[in-house]
Design a protein around this ligand. Structure first.
Ligand code: PMP
Ligand code: GLN
Length: 390
């Protein structure tokens, strides 16, 4: 028989799914795949439940229900002082993943180059390849994950159609500095290209400087596609409600891709997310406060066990270098042994590379109940003792 598509045939199932399956198999505590172990706000879920029962449950407008598009536009103004026309500049998607697929399909042609910053969120590479474009990799390297001007400049060429920027960045937990954002903006302007901005962790930033969308930099308003996700902002990852903000001439082809990929997203979930987005500032502040406390809860004990814990400025992940522990093997082997022997699942960082990445880093997800984090730390301490004598 003729071969199936070469991009998707034979690639591995995502590392998140694999680690979750392993965690279940070994009854391990799952600090691998990124999802909270407590569902998001009850009032938001209540709106979804009520709307499900009251209906209508038929196709909502293709661009998204007006209330949610308006709420996305309002939040752009409220948090970032961006003036957004909800009718022509906002699209609702089935998660940020669909938003990324729509944006890449709509902007990129075979022969184009797309810049990807490694470590990269796993779906980017396959989507770019499936669009027929050539990925051009730029690495930010641990421990500080800084973006070097020379390296980034070398990645741009006359063929560059877009750069994909994940800020705050999964898995490095990096928040790009204003200088780094300015550098990216300058190069996008110089080389006339777009920026697809995956900002799903926009409301999970731990410093006093709040998230700064690339879209707010001079000249970038009409070049950026800004992507958010209710999964992260409301701890409802299974809902898969995402949203795109982009200038009308970009949103128009992106919406055309959306109409043939999913067409719409469940209406009750959209209405509930619209309600959620209008929550008072204290909702957003407490989301960050809770997660900051959880980051701190696990970071110091991991450090005390001998991990080198890297800075975590945003997201709900902390990355650690396990090389000081003296483990003989790479990150995949480390995670395999850890899930089997310690009963704790994490994610190997090398899975976030299209090229060869570092081999001794693992990512722990900390958006879990405090008692679960304590239990995981206890199990790891016991395992550390066993590793030391083995
Ligand atoms: N981008 C990043 C950086 C992510 O970590 C995730 C995972 N949640 C997504 C996109 C996908 O988001 P969604 O579940 O809304 O599709
Ligand atoms: N974004 C989540 C993570 O980084 C996983 C989402 C998924 O499993 N596709 O862990």
């Amino acid at each position: 028989m003729k071969p199936t598509n070469s991009v998707f045939t034979g690639i591995e199932t995502t590392v998140f799914e694999r680690m979750s399956r392993l965690a279940m198999e070994h009854q391990a505590i799952n600090l691998g795949q990124g999802f909270p172990d407590v569902d998001g706000p009850q009032d938001v879920r209540q709106v979804a439940a009520d709307t499900l029962m009251e209906g209508p449950n038929q196709y909502p407008p293709m661009l998204g229900v007006p209330a949610l598009r308006q709420a996305v536009a309002d939040n752009n103004k409220r948090f970032y002082d961006l003036d957004v026309d909800w009718q022509s500049e906002v699209l609702v998607t089935s998660g940020a993943t669909e938003a990324l697929a729509d944006s890449i399909c709509a902007l990129v042609e075979p022969g184009d180059e797309v810049i990807l910053i490694e470590p990269l969120y796993d779906c980017y590479l396959s989507l770019v390849k499936r669009a027929g474009a050539t990925p051009v990799f730029v690495q930010v390297t641990p421990p500080n994950w800084e973006l070097r001007e020379e390296t980034l400049r070398q990645a741009f060429s006359s063929k560059t159609k877009a750069i994909l920027l994940n800020n705050p960045m999964n898995p490095s937990a990096k928040v790009f500095s204003t200088q780094e954002l300015q550098l990216i903006a300058d190069l996008c302007l110089e080389f006339d290209c777009y920026a697809i901005c995956d900002e799903v962790y926009e409301h999970i930033v731990f410093s006093d400087d709040k998230h700064k969308p690339l879209m707010t930099l001079p000249g970038m308003r009409d070049r950026c596609i800004r992507i958010g996700s209710a999964g992260k902002t409301f701890s409802l990852t299974g809902w898969k409600v995402g949203y795109i903000t982009a200038a009308p001439n970009l949103l128009e082809p992106i919406a055309k891709a959306h109409q043939f990929i999913t067409f719409t997203t469940p209406p009750n979930l959209q209405k509930a997310v619209a309600y959620g987005l209008s929550k008072e500032d204290d909702y957003y502040t407490s989301l960050e406060d809770d997660l900051r406390a959880k980051r701190d809860l696990i970071s110091k004990p991991l450090e005390d066990m001998g991990f080198k814990v890297l800075p975590c400025e945003g997201t709900y992940f902390v990355t650690c270098d396990f090389s000081p522990l003296g483990f003989k093997g790479n990150d995949v082997e480390f995670c395999q042994k850890m899930v089997e022997q310690a009963g704790v699942a994490a994610v190997p960082i090398s899975a976030f590379y299209g090229t060869k990445g570092p081999q001794t880093f693992v990512r722990f997800c900390f958006c879990k109940k405090d008692e679960v984090l304590h239990e995981a730390l206890g199990r790891l301490r016991v395992w550390m003792g066993e590793l030391a004598v083995s």
